[in-house]
Design a protein around this ligand. Structure first.
Ligand code: 5GP
Length: 116
């Protein structure tokens, strides 16, 4: 499958729809998920168009992964979380619903259970 620039995250990158930005650099944008699985659930996306990890350029991944790590640590501290889920889905069968590569960073708490 190819990249379609009508997806919602491409629109966010173009400034066509708003988001709650928490981090941005030349290559990467991070913003809060509109339907958080827990407080502090954020999404990290490369600015380079990739449908998902399956078609992503390794150079793109090498830029975004360190930011995912940095923001996972920041979210753990900011939301006083006991743990952090970092997750990422590829294609509909795997649960992907927005077709621009993204990483979920989800604060987790002891005893709170996990939503699917
Ligand atoms: P996935 O494709 O990994 O299954 O999930 C896409 C994620 O994007 C979901 O967690 C969903 O809540 C989030 N999402 C969908 N539309 C928007 C939007 O317009 N703004 C923001 N901030 N998040 C969105």
């Amino acid at each position: 499958m190819s990249y379609d620039d009508k997806n919602i995250f491409a629109k966010i990158l173009r400034g066509e729809i708003p988001c709650h930005r928490v981090y941005e650099d030349a290559d990467t944008l991070a913003f809060m998920d509109v339907m958080p699985q827990s407080p502090g659930h954020l999404l990290v996306i490369p600015k380079t168009p990739s449908r998902n990890i399956l078609d992503a350029d390794p150079a793109t991944l090498s830029k975004v992964i360190p930011i995912v790590q940095k923001l996972a640590n920041a979210a753990k501290d900011a939301f006083d979380a006991d743990g952090i889920t970092v997750t990422q889905f590829n294609e509909p069968a795997a649960g992907q619903t927005v077709y621009h590569l993204h990483f979920h960073i989800i604060p987790r708490y002891e005893g709170a259970g996990l939503k699917p």
